[in-house]
Design a protein around this ligand. Structure first.
Ligand SMILES: Cc1cc2nc3c(=O)[nH]c(=O)nc-3n(C[C@H](O)[C@H](O)[C@H](O)COP(=O)(O)OP(=O)(O)OC[C@H]3O[C@@H](n4cnc5c(N)ncnc54)[C@H](O)[C@@H]3O)c2cc1C
Length: 450
């Protein structure tokens, strides 16, 4: 079949790679001049470096993403060190391992800054949380994660130390905004994956830039398998004839015929594309329900080391955002005596995103100086601010079930993208799992045609 894939982010790249692997002729249409969507590198001539648009961390349960990396030959560039570090203002640190004794200690409420009776309260609340995630009460999608924590009696100290950060990290948004059902579902996914692999979930990172990891490798695969990639090809609509997909029409009026189409655009770009699809109104409801969440990342080139203890550190400030610092020397195997490149990420950065580059850099440097004694006299050699107002999406209470299936009412048409229904939220794994499911739909259709 001739398969058209719309959108060259991870969901579209994985769909194109796997459809080509299955022996189909593939055309990939991307509206920008380059591939990668929300996972890209941004070459910086000023410092002769290739930083990313924001640090992307991996979880060991990311099986479809790993399958994509296997397909394009870059699996070896992801590393799972099995620990991260929490850091308090002033510089005190605590290494958090995801398994063994440290994991057990955390389960019993032994978290940084959690003392006295709060430890016991934390242990009890955590047990309730796991129980309610596995056997969900009917009201879970009616309340925010914030309200859920209150109902199960999670102490504020434990929220500051761990749980608010987990909610922002897992759901992309603040506990006061995200539905409680989203972190609960993700915990269940994590528990299931950990059981299946008989290993606890751990966090990992790429040891190369995102273009090398995802995009250059895909382009090489496309060249080998004859996938035709068209850049600046903006799809305006998917064409449907008698309940079967017929192709797509570009915004400039060009028509491209196809036997099958995977529509892998982000949620905020889908309105209008599917007007000919029966039931598109229901799909478009997701556009209004899933609201964009900003992430601000800063690539900081300093004149000295700030003395990080780990590859990635979570800063415990209790400011309602998740602040993380990444040691790119350690992560990319650079000479730490010569380069001092740190990358900071502020998730759910509603306040920060409106500030100027200088203000954002100042805020980040002030933060580093508060947490890292060695950063006090550090000078910024170069600062590169990346604002992504539409990084991820928030799922507010009352939106359970709003994310559409990959299968549509149209034969030969499947949806993909992190916003379609998966076991995950707005993640790289969600994008790749959606691609795997979309490709299954198309391959089933191909089988039925023969
Ligand atoms: C700063 C940042 C940090 C993140 N951190 C993490 C993390 O640590 N871990 C994690 O798992 N996830 C993380 N994410 C989320 C993850 O990057 C996304 O969930 C994932 O990349 C989404 O992939 P996608 O293919 O669904 O969408 P996208 O990457 O958005 O790709 C969609 C593509 O479709 C194209 N397109 C749109 N409209 C059209 C059209 N009409 N015609 C043709 N093409 C079109 C777009 O240009 C784009 O290339 C982060 C995201 C950001 C921005």
């Amino acid at each position: 079949m001739h398969c058209v894939v719309v959108g060259g982010g991870l969901a579209g790249l994985a769909s194109a790679v796997w459809l080509a692997e299955a022996g189909h002729r593939v055309t990939l249409l991307e509206r920008r001049g380059s591939l990668g969507g929300r996972t890209i590198s941004m070459p910086l001539a000023a410092v002769d470096d290739v930083p990313d648009n924001g640090q992307h961390v991996f979880a060991s349960g990311y099986t479809d993403l790993m399958r994509y990396l296997e397909s394009v030959g870059t699996r070896e560039h992801v590393c799972f060190p099995g620990h991260m570090t929490f850091r308090m203002p002033g510089g005190a640190t605590r290494r958090s391992a995801f398994a063994g004794i440290p994991g057990l200690r955390a389960a019993f409420g032994d978290l940084p800054g959690v003392t006295g009776r709060d430890r016991w309260r934390t242990a009890r609340a955590q047990a309730r949380l796991i129980r309610q995630a596995l056997r969900q009460p009917t009201w879970l999608d009616d309340v925010t994660a914030d309200e859920w924590f209150r109902r199960i009696g999670m102490p504020q100290t434990a929220r500051d130390a761990l749980w608010d950060g987990i909610v922002i990290g897992l759901t992309g948004d603040k506990p006061t905004i995200s539905s409680a059902k989203v972190p609960a579902d993700l915990l269940v996914t994590g528990i299931r994956r950990a059981r299946a692999s008989r290993a606890p979930i751990s966090i990992g990172y790429p040891t190369v830039d995102l273009d090398t990891l995802f995009v250059d490798s895909a382009q090489k695969t496309f060249a080998e398998s004859g996938v035709d990639v068209r850049y600046r090809a903006v799809v305006g609509s998917v064409a449907v004839v008698d309940g079967t997909v017929a192709g797509v029409t570009l915004k400039d009026g060009e028509r491209i015929t196809a036997d099958a189409v995977v529509c892998a655009v982000p949620v905020w770009n889908v309105k209008g594309l599917l007007d000919q699809v029966p039931g598109h109104e229901r799909i478009y409801e997701a556009v209004d329900a899933l609201t964009p969440v900003p992430i601000v990342s800063v690539n900081l080139y300093l004149d000295r080391s700030i003395g990080m203890a780990d590859w990635g550190e979570v800063l415990l400030g209790g400011e309602g955002v998740l602040e993380q610092v990444w040691d790119r020397q350690r992560m990319h195997g650079r000479d730490a005596s010569r380069t001092h490149f740190y990358s900071t990420t502020v998730s759910a950065s509603y306040d920060l995103i409106g500030k100027s580059n200088t203000e954002i850099t100042d805020v980040q440097m002030d933060m580093l100086r508060r947490f890292y004694p060695d950063a006090r006299d550090a000078r910024v050699v170069h600062s590169h601010v990346v604002r992504m107002p539409r990084s991820t999406f928030a799922q507010r209470p009352g939106t359970a079930g709003i994310r559409p299936e990959q299968r549509t009412a149209v034969k030969g048409l499947a949806l993909a993208g992190d916003w379609t229904r998966t076991d995950w939220t707005t993640t790289m794994e969600g994008a790749c799992q959606s691609a795997a499911r979309a490709v299954d739909v198309i391959l089933e259709y191909a089988g039925a045609r023969t």
